[in-house]
Ligand binder design. Sequence first.
Ligand code: FAD
Length: 539
Amino acid sequence: MRQDYDALVLGSGIAGLSFALAAARRGARVAIATKMAVPEGSSRYAQGGVASVWSQDDSFDFHAADTTSAGAGLCHGEVVDLVVREGPDRIRELIDLGARFTLRDDASDAYDVDLGLEGGHSHRRIIHAVDATGSEMMRTLLEAVAATPGITVFEDAFAIDLLQSAKFGLPGPDRCLGAYVLREGGVEVLAAPATLLATGGAGKVYVYTSNPDVATGDGIAMAYRAGARIGNMEFIQFHPTCLYHPLAKSFLITEALRGEGAVLRRPDGYRFMPDYDERAELAPRDIVARAIDREMKSHGLDHVELDVSAIDKAFLFERFPNIVARCRELGIDPVRTPIPVVPAAHYSCGGVVTDASGRSSLSGLYAAGETAMTGLHGANRLASNSLLEALVFGRRAGLAAVEKQQKVTDLLIPEWNSGPACSTEEEILIKHTWDEIRQVMWNYVGIVRSNDRLARARARIELAQEEIGRDYWNFLPTRDLGELRNIATVAGLIVEAAASRLESRGLHFTRDYPATETACQHDTILVRDPFTGRPRLET
Ligand SMILES: Cc1cc2nc3c(=O)[nH]c(=O)nc-3n(C[C@H](O)[C@H](O)[C@H](O)COP(=O)(O)OP(=O)(O)OC[C@H]3O[C@@H](n4cnc5c(N)ncnc54)[C@H](O)[C@@H]3O)c2cc1C
């Protein structure tokens, strides 16, 4: 079955919804295909807030300088500038749409928002809705989408691959014509002259992640298979403390607890952070994550512990009610026992390379949000800049996508052909390979890397890719199989990008090249080699 639209959006997080609103308000007929229920994605779990210049004593130059300093020499100056300058307009728009951000005590209207301060920011500029900012932004955008004519939403719709004119032998330069989407047991053609990848991050490539289940890097993998440029995949941000418990897959334990006096210990009770940094538990996020990783690997531990006993009990309950409640649900009483924690993959700075309008290198294909590499974050993301980036680039891409369109309605697009494929009864093979990839990535391509670890990872990931490549077309498409194929692809891209960076910079740390080198101050751009089918560095 085929359906035609003016624009197709893959993903319903803040980036996808911002695109859909911008395009539909210009009169476009927009389809949103999203692989689970609409609100599911990282956006709804964002706690801290969204960064934007808002107070008189702050300035665009300050916000740009903080972003650039975090980015360790790889931020694109013009992109940083446009994002920080557009920030206040995007926030004002959200408030006008009805977003209820936390207000100052003396607020006279909805624009008098309370401004939080986060690590790396020189000024108060974190706009937040208590500690559930992402959820409030999603509520606001979803209500706006529901009230805007021309937007059709498909839930439980898993995009498998992009439609490409060259693959169908159509004349002219290659361009994206939409996507094959798995829905209600069949594969449909959703055709459009403009397609947005807004499929979020790729945290599920690692065993431990703060990301929800949907974060399997699908958009990055689809774009790579289609020949688009992929950038800076080595820069994965790890959060130091995620709850370690078999039933708590991705629950963050906020850094504010350490700010209030919680300390990190090995299970034998030894407090190790003072051995690593004079700021101990208050050292920056990457130093704490690296120290925990070192303790776990050198002592063969599967977690460390966060001891909150120094925090006043009443204050703990009042300030961190959600954390206390979640721990207690799982049988951990933080007042009596330390909280078991591990570092976790949190944010992918790399992705599909785009220009200032969200255009990828493949005509008709756009990317925004965590799927994209716009040049804003460089080698490390400044806290709360990702929601801002999703808002700014989602809208920019939505406006650009409907500007001038080449029709696709008259093009013959083949239906999905499964050939003699049968349904897979070997779910265990998918699960095993999935677990294997995530474990390899955690052990060898995590917080601390080395040539040897990367070589081992490459060998194992390539083997997994070969197996998946062999099996993929023998089975009817399922979401599990598609996600497995995608995490294997993204894992391979992270390994190649990390192996090609012969220095340590920002979020990429390797024992073999611990220094930052001026000669390496450039993005890592990978493309699919059409002859070998493997990633190669763009020269
Ligand atoms: C716990 C947590 C806390 C965070 N806190 C903050 C914060 O305070 N401030 C901040 O700036 N950032 C924060 N971040 C990061 C930020 O939330 C994300 O980077 C941002 O929300 C990404 O938005 P997005 O629209 O790109 O993707 P998402 O919101 O992740 O949405 C992705 C969408 O794509 C869909 N999808 C995926 N694959 C497919 C497919 N194959 N087919 C169809 N649909 C698909 C998903 O179902 C989902 O709808 C946090 C992240 C996490 C996980």
